[in-house]
Design a protein around this ligand. Structure first.
Ligand SMILES: Nc1ncnc2c1ncn2[C@@H]1O[C@H](COP(=O)(O)OP(=O)(O)OP(=O)(O)O)[C@@H](O)[C@H]1O
Ligand SMILES: [Mg+2]
Length: 447
């Protein structure tokens, strides 16, 4: 039970108008079984009560149950308005803008979920534009559908095409001074080379002997680079291959043979020195043409290159936003899934913010790794959902039936947004006659 007093001030140009308005208000209230009374000789007290000082000069209290009290707005609508945030849509209940700042949350990890065509990539693009214009944080995105190119180009970003035939190369062995998070970077890199070899050799796991050999060769190919204090050219997989051949053990020769296809063979795109500008503020890895053979290792190399960049940015005190569209592609392969999982756990300390985008909520929730990642993300945008996914998400994130209605059969760009513990329905209708819309749309014929 609550004590409440509802005070209302209305003004008019003349006494006659004022009296007539008063009459109208009283009638309207009466229609709803509610009795207003006019504050005769108490106008000043009424005004002081209404103004936001926190004073209550009117001593007429009524009792209301919490349910009735909750009807009066500020108590009912949850708002998200962080300082220094960017726009994420309009709050459907209060009609206020949703301004969120992922830097204010416990971690900045995020997921965007929804059926195909619900506006997931569009939401990501809107955020990219806002981040590009609002701050000077770096933005990296993985684009498996080649749908971000025009936007990235328009914003002056760099597009890196990754495929067996592309002239763009990323050296899988690139490593900067800050890679190791304070420890010896070669140790962490050696772990990466091990996963890479395991992925290259495929199927059977590596034995202890092979692992030792790989570790030994990794350490020796980096020796010169470390001695030059990271100023020399970093080694490549070709150097690593040559180093393996120098070893006496027959196992080393076997490993060398197994990875040859990727070092000097036709799939050697990651065995050449990096020849793209990975220092642009906005980088888009276009992986559409990455064939089936190269996809698992391509993803590993790209993720590692991203890790390189965020560790470097951390040393500079810079934030990094990472967007991964169609993230289920990465969950399909054990190594990239694990890599992603560790990335998700570690990026907070690096001042980075990951966003995973997928329509396959069901698949996502089947995988234990992905489920944990979702449960540990503080920022989740849910757009229109398929019925089975809706039920699962409701269980995982404690969404009420009423809230579920905001992700059931809604238009593209509308849904529920979870920011920390707040869960708010949002709507966003991006104006369609703008150049930005043309850069962001994926509807055939509109761009
Ligand atoms: N906020 C919005 N305002 C206006 N139109 C929108 C909005 N969001 C999405 N749309 C429209 O919906 C279309 C599809 O959106 P989008 O490309 O983001 O789908 P998607 O969820 O990424 O689908 P897929 O899973 O197939 O990639 C856009 O091209 C755009 O026309
Ligand atoms: Mg998409």
């Amino acid at each position: 039970m609550m004590f409440a007093v509802l005070t209302m001030v209305h003004i008019a140009d003349s006494k006659e108008q004022l009296d007539s308005d008063t009459e109208t208000l009283l009638t309207t209230a009466r229609k709803h079984l509610c009795q207003f009374s006019a504050l005769t000789f108490q106008q000043m007290d009424g005004l002081n009560t209404v103004l936001p000082y926190g004073l209550r000069k009117i001593a007429a209290l009524r009792t209301l149950t919490t349910e009735s009290t909750a009807v009066f707005i500020p108590f009912r609508a949850q708002e998200i308005s962080h300082s220094g945030g960017t726009y994420y849509g309009q709050n459907v209940i209060s009609k206020n803008m949703i301004i969120a700042n992922r830097k204010n949350l416990l971690n900045g990890n995020s997921f965007i979920l929804g059926v195909s065509g619900s506006g997931k990539s569009f939401t990501a693009k809107r955020e990219i534009v806002n981040q590009m214009l609002a701050g000077n944080d770096d933005i990296i995105l993985i684009d498996p559908e080649r749908e971000y190119s025009s936007l990235v180009k328009a914003m002056g970003g760099e597009i890196i095409h990754i495929s067996a035939t592309s002239p763009n190369h990323i050296n899988a062995m690139d490593m900067n001074r800050d890679y190791g998070d304070g420890a010896n970077p070669v140790i962490l890199k050696s772990e990466f080379v091990l996963s890479l070899c395991e992925q290259l050799i495929g199927g059977q796991n590596l034995g202890a002997k092979q692992k030792s050999l790989i570790d030994r060769c990794t350490a020796s190919v980096y020796l010169k680079y470390l001695q030059s204090n990271f100023k020399d050219k970093p080694p490549t997989l070709q150097d690593f291959h040559a180093e393996l051949l120098k070893q006496d053990e027959t196992e080393a020769k076997e490993i060398a043979l197994a990875i040859e296809l990727f070092t000097s063979g036709s799939l050697n795109t990651f065995a050449k020195p990096t020849n793209v500008d990975v220092n642009n503020r906005l980088i888009c890895y276009d992986i559409l043409d990455l064939g089936k053979q190269l996809l698992p290792i391509g993803m590993l190399v790209v993720l590692d290159s991203i890790l390189n960049r965020i560790t470097q940015n951390r040393a500079k005190g810079k934030n990094t936003f990472i967007f991964i569209d169609e993230i289920y592609l990465l969950f399909q392969h054990e190594y990239s899934a694990n890599f992603l999982f560790t990335l998700w756990k570690r990026v907070r300390k690096y001042g980075a913010f990951c966003t995973g985008i997928t329509q396959n909520v069901d698949d996502l929730l089947q995988s234990h790794t992905a489920r944990t990642m979702l449960a540990n993300s503080e920022f989740i945008v849910m757009l229109n959902q398929a019925s089975t996914d809706r039920v699962e998400l409701a269980k995982l994130l404690n969404i009420s039936d009423l809230q579920l209605s905001y992700i059931t059969n809604v238009d593209a760009g509308n849904g529920l947004i979870k920011v920390g513990s707040a869960l708010v329905p949002f709507a966003d209708q991006f104006p369609r006659h703008t150049q930005l819309y043309r850069l962001m749309t994926t509807k055939p014929g509109e761009s």
